[in-house]
Design a protein around this ligand. Sequence first.
Ligand code: GDP
Ligand code: MG
Length: 438
Amino acid sequence: LSEGLQSAFKSLSGKGKLTEANMRDGLKIVEESLLESDVSYSVVKDFMSHVTEKALGKRVLLSLRPQEELVRIVHEELVATLGPVDSSLHLNADRPTIIMLCGLQGSGKTTTCGKLTQLLREQNIQPLLVAADLQRPAAIEQLKVIGDQLGVPVHTETDHKDPVKVCRNGVDRAKKDGNRVVILDTAGRLAIDEELMSQLKMIDRKVGPDQVYLVVDGMTGQDAVNSAGAFNAALELDGVIMTKLDGDARGGALLSVKQVTGVPIKFIGTGERFDALEPFRPEGMASRILQMGDMVAAAREAHRIVDEKEREELEAKMASGEFSLDDFKGMMQKIAQPGLMGRMMGLMPGMSQFKEAMESEEAGGQMRQIIGLIDSMTPAERKNPKLIDSSRRTRIANGAGVPSPMITQLLKQFDTMKPLMQIMAGKGTGDRLSMLRQ
Ligand code: GDP
Ligand code: MG
C-alpha cells in the first residue's frame, strides 16, 4: 500500500493547479483515511464530493505544493463540518439551568456528570446532581460517590421507579436550595429500545431541560452513529459530548455524529478522572481524524531548509530508489544545526516523543558520529548500503574507531530516517500516510 501512496502523491507533485486528474489519487487516500477513522460511508461520500468541488481548479498557494494544498482544503472542510465551537453551558441568569445527559449504557453519562460538576465548581457554581437512572441500583450509588468526592449534593429517591418524578423533585429542590445548575443523570440501555426512548421523551417534556446533551462513546465507532440518530429523532438535542477519546479511537465517529445530529459538539472526554473533559476544538480533531498532524507546517519548515533544486534532486533519487548514504549524510549535515531536528520532530505527528531526545547535546554528538561513520565507507558502500556485510562492517567500525554494532544501528537509522528525508524532499503528506500504514 505504501508504494501506492507514494505514487499517488507523486502524481500530485510539481503540478501548478489541482485538477480532477491529479487529485483523484490523493482524494482516494483521504477517503480511505476517513473510513479508517470510523467515519460512516455516506458521510465520507458527502464530504468527499464537497472537498472535490472546493479544491477543483483552486490555485495552489505559492509556497505550497498541490498535495499540501489538498490536505489544507480537506483539513479546512473537516474543521467547518465539525464546528462551530460552543462549549458554553448557556446558564440561565434567573433560574436553575437544567442539563440532561442521555446516551447508551456505559457511554460515560455518570462520569460526565462528575466532570461537568468539576468544571462548574471551578467557576464557583454548585450544581445539584439528580440520580434519575433507576434501572440499576448501583447507578444511584455511583452518583452519590461522585457527589461526595466533589462535595456537591445528590438528589436520590429509592422508593419508586419513576424517573420523571425524581427529576421534577430534584429541580424543585434546586430552586429551593439555590443551586444554579441541575444535572440529570438518566438511564441508558445497551441498545436503543422503545421503553428507554419514551422514558427520556417523558423527562424532556415534563421536566423541560434547558440543555439536552447526548453522551457518546468514541470507541464504538459506527454504533455511536446509529445511536446518535435514534436519540436525535426522539429528543431535541442541544449538544454532544464524546467520551473515551483518550484511547486509540481516532474520533472519526464525531464527524458522522455531527452530521447526523447537526448540534454542536460541546466537549470531549479524555480519561476517567473528573478533570479529563476538554472543550471541543475542531482543528485538533480534524488533524487527529486525518492523522496527519500539522504536516503543512512540517513541510514549510523543510522547504525553508532545503531549496527547490535540492528538493527535486532528492525527490528523483527517492523515486528511483537511489537515495544513498551520501545523500543521507548531506541531509544530516543540513539538519544537524541546533534545534532544527527537534522542531521537525515536534511538528510530525507521532514523532513528538523524540523531540526532546533530538534536541539534546547528545543527539548533536550522535549526528556528528554518524557523519564520521559514513566517511569511513567506500563510495560503493555509500551508494548501496546493502553491500555492507559483516566483514565490511568490521572494517568500517575499525576505521571510524567505534564498535561494529554501531554500523548496524546506523543502517537501521538510515531506514527509519527515510520518511523524514522524504518530508524534506517535499513529499510529506503522502509519506506520513505511508508511515502510518506500515
Ligand atoms: P454510563 O453508563 O453512561 O453512566 O457510563 P459511566 O459514566 O458509568 O462510564 C462507563 C465507563 O466508562 C466507566 O468505567 C468510566 O470510568 C469510563 N469512562 C467514562 N468516560 C471516559 C473517558 O473519557 N475516558 C475513559 N478512558 N473512560 C471513560
Ligand atoms: Mg450511569
